[in-house]
Design a binder for this molecule. Structure first.
Ligand code: GTP
Ligand code: MG
Length: 364
């Protein structure tokens, strides 16, 4: 063992005089560790690794069974800036035009085969609403995504939900790609948007920064290929992996009560493979998967990592944002659901009693 005094002495001898408050630089720490033959652990790197594990829901057992999985991309941005139109162009559909009032009100999850360099690549897109009332959905999207695609209309520029979306992406620690949209419109000024983005800390790659920015027209399809190529490049760098050979777990994207189907939930499977007949615990709900449906409403037998599926078979409606996992028996599932319900009830009581404010005395 080495005493503090010894280390201090050795630092002093090198002309470094830590005063007990001053932080040592990385270089200094490495130097000291080397001298005393102590292994250097880079806390920041460990933290990133932990975050990656948590986000992808990987356990240590998975690490030697990992396989590539498709990227999950969340399209975010201010209301009306063209998110659904962009996704429509990519999917060759016309959802945007059919939406009531032209405003998206829920999260859509779509598996898309994207043609890149003569091959097709699977991508999963989440379409989020831009209306300010739906902040929770944007936050949820950012939480399960690998890459955030921020859409900014070139005739409107950075608006409140643009900034909010950027903040969510940063909080989730995911890479950002900016699509500057509506460049076909009169009054579009994409360069001004780039300028403004750089002034709030998003430095474009073209200027030596790390944020890819692509000028597009989602309506006309102009440069959307470039955008997709950029997306695939960023996705490749992330080396996204999961273990498909295990029980599934993931997150509820949306849930509700369907008149004919009963409680339904859209899941994103984040690790493992979900199958018909699997028993799931999902927040306060539980049940046996009666049927799985893909994005087109077609029945499927299973869903692997990154894939969104609609699931029926719960005892009641789970909450969007809940995590789900496959367990070995209905008894275990019920118990987990009850524990979760109990935990949430206690939390509500605590929040009520303490007015939601945490004080020193309430902690004691
Ligand atoms: P919310 O989901 O409600 O936040 O809106 P959104 O971002 O999904 O916008 P949406 O795709 O619904 O498009 C809004 C309007 O902008 C529609 O009338 C689109 O036709 C139009 N629009 C979208 N992209 C473009 C574009 O590239 N050029 C032009 N000229 N219009 C566009
Ligand atoms: Mg929309």
């Amino acid at each position: 063992a080495t005493s503090e005094g010894e280390i201090l002495g050795s630092l002093y001898s090198k002309g470094i005089k830590p005063d007990g408050v001053q932080k040592l630089s990385k270089e200094m720490v490495k130097m000291v560790c080397k001298e005393y033959e102590v292994e250097v652990i880079d806390a920041a790197a460990v933290r990133v690794e932990e975050m990656a594990k948590k986000k992808e829901m990987l356990d240590d057992d998975d690490l030697d069974k990992l396989e590539e999985r498709p990227p999950v991309l969340t399209i975010m941005g201010h209301v009306d800036h063209g998110k659904t139109t962009l996704l429509d162009y990519i999917r060759k559909t016309k959802v945007a035009a059919a939406e009531a009032g032209g405003i998206t009100q829920g999260i859509g999850a779509y598996k898309v085969q994207v043609p890149i360099d003569g091959k097709t690549q699977t991508c999963v897109f989440l379409d989020t609403p831009g209306h300010e009332a739906f902040g929770a959905m944007r936050a949820r999207g950012a939480r399960v995504t690998d890459i955030a695609v921020i859409v900014v209309a070139a005739d409107d520029g950075i608006r409140p939900q643009t900034s909010e979306a950027i903040a969510h992406a940063k909080a989730a620690g995911v890479p950002i790609i900016v699509a500057i949209n509506k460049i076909d419109k009169d009054g579009a000024n994409p360069d001004r948007v780039i300028q403004d983005l750089s002034s709030i800390g998003l430095m474009p790659e073209d200027w030596g920064g790390d944020i890819p920015m692509v000028k597009i027209s989602a309506l006309k399809g102009e440069n959307v290929d470039d955008l997709l190529e950029t997306i695939m490049l960023v996705a490749e760098l992330q080396e996204l992996k999961a273990n498909p050979h295990r029980n599934a777990k993931g997150t509820v994207i949306e849930a509700g009560l369907d008149k004919s189907k009963g409680p339904v939930a859209t899941f994103i499977v984040q690790n493992g493979t979900l199958r018909r007949g699997d028993v799931i615990a999902c927040g306060e709900a539980f049940g046996k998967v009666r049927a799985l449906f893909d994005g087109k409403g077609k029945r499927v037998d299973e869903a692997g990592p990154s894939i969104p599926v609609q699931v029926i078979g719960f005892n009641n409606v789970p909450l969007a944002g809940d995590e789900f996992e496959v367990v070995n028996s209905l008894d275990i599932a019920r118990e987990k659901a009850e524990l979760r319900a109990e935990y949430l009830r206690d939390e509500r009581i605590t929040a009520k009693a303490g007015d939601g404010k945490i004080t020193l005395s309430s902690l004691a």
